[in-house]
Write a protein that binds this ligand. Structure first.
Ligand code: 8YV
Length: 322
């Protein structure tokens, strides 16, 4: 029997490309150029499996044809708001993602942003590189202490909980969280975490607010002009989930008026576009969607996709079927 035809839309770490190629008839994106929407739509008729990533939007309109060759979409990533999962399913196409394997890397990056904001690390680095550091003095780039402060976590899933663990056990932070439902009591006790049914209550109490909920019609612009107004003027916002959970325009307004202390962002509403206003602000740390970007994690994500495809083509249910 011939091997299933599989498309990887971008380069993956070499180890996973090799592993994929040993199981499937794989088309690699050798020059790593982003494929167009038209090419992606065509791929649905040419490949048994497509492995997209976050920049490959597959909206409902892509699934209008009567039939497709593709039987499985193995997303390289945990978030899947770029994929019209229901539309794919209605055409009999299975969709999988890569949970668990990027939990720690993403929480580590959120912690990086938190620490950089608190200690003004971006400002300091820019100063040194610009040759503008003229020596130590007692009031130079004073930041804010992290240890003992209150962290409000919005979205207490896998990544939110990992962030809570790192912040609580590593930095002695008090944890508040807002989620659709409370986490198990034993976990709450372990983290000494307090469940806030009202987002606004959490926002009014936290020194740092970290957004970890997925993007969905329910969470879109959850952090907006109304909710930002509850944050303290000395509080910082951190977002490593999806850009559209935060209303970027409202955030810019609050930052420019000094109504919150700063923001650490790894994701944006219209990636890779980062608003000029944010780029110009010193109290903002900006990263280019690096949440899962460690060698170990990117390999593990690929292996997770491989596991899903292998299960599917062996006639089993893929472990991460959405
Ligand atoms: C991934 C992410 O790198 O997995 C996710 O949802 O946001 C990122 O960390 C990206 O999605 C790859 O497709």
């Amino acid at each position: 029997m011939s091997k299933p035809k599989v498309l990887l839309t971008r380069r993956w770490p070499e180890a996973v490309e090799k592993a994929m190629a040993s199981s499937f008839n794989v088309t690699l994106n050798k020059n790593d150029k982003a494929i167009t929407a038209a090419e992606l739509e065509q791929a649905l008729h040419d490949y048994d499996a497509i492995c997209p990533s976050v920049t490959n939007s597959m909206p409902e309109s892509m699934f209008k044809a009567e039939s497709f060759k593709t039987r499985i979409i193995g997303n390289y990533g945990v978030g899947y708001n770029h994929l019209a999962v229901d539309a794919a399913k209605s055409r009999g196409i299975i969709v999988t993602n890569t949970p668990d394997v990027l939990t720690d890397a993403t929480a580590d990056l959120a912690m990086t942003l938190l620490l950089m904001l608190a200690r003004r690390a971006g400002e300091g680095e820019r100063q040194v590189r610009a040759g503008k550091w003229d020596g130590w003095y007692p009031t130079h780039l004073m930041g804010t202490q992290v240890t003992g402060k209150t962290l409000g976590i919005v979205g207490m899933g896998r990544i939110g909980q990992a962030m809570a663990e790192k912040a609580h056990f590593g930095f002695g932070m008090r944890i508040l969280y807002h989620n659709r439902k409370a986490i198990p009591e034993s976990k709450e006790r372990e983290l000494q975490a307090e469940y806030c049914t009202e987002l606004t209550w959490l926002l009014s109490k936290a020194d740092f607010v970290a957004v970890h909920c997925p993007s969905s019609p329910l969470t879109r612009h959850m952090i907006n002009e109304k909710t930002l107004a509850y944050m303290r003027p000395n509080a910082y916002l951190i977002n490593t989930s999806r850009g559209d959970v935060v209303d970027e325009k409202a955030l810019i307004k609050f930052l420019s008026k000094g109504l919150i202390a700063g923001a650490g962002l790894d994701v944006y509403e219209h990636e890779p576009v980062v608003p000029e206003e944010l780029v110009a602000m010193d109290n903002v740390v900006l990263l280019p969607h690096l949440g899962s970007a460690t060698e170990e994690t990117r390999v593990a994500m690929g292996m997770r996709v491989l596991g899903n495809l292998n299960a599917f083509f062996n006639g089993e249910e893929p472990p991460d079927m959405l």
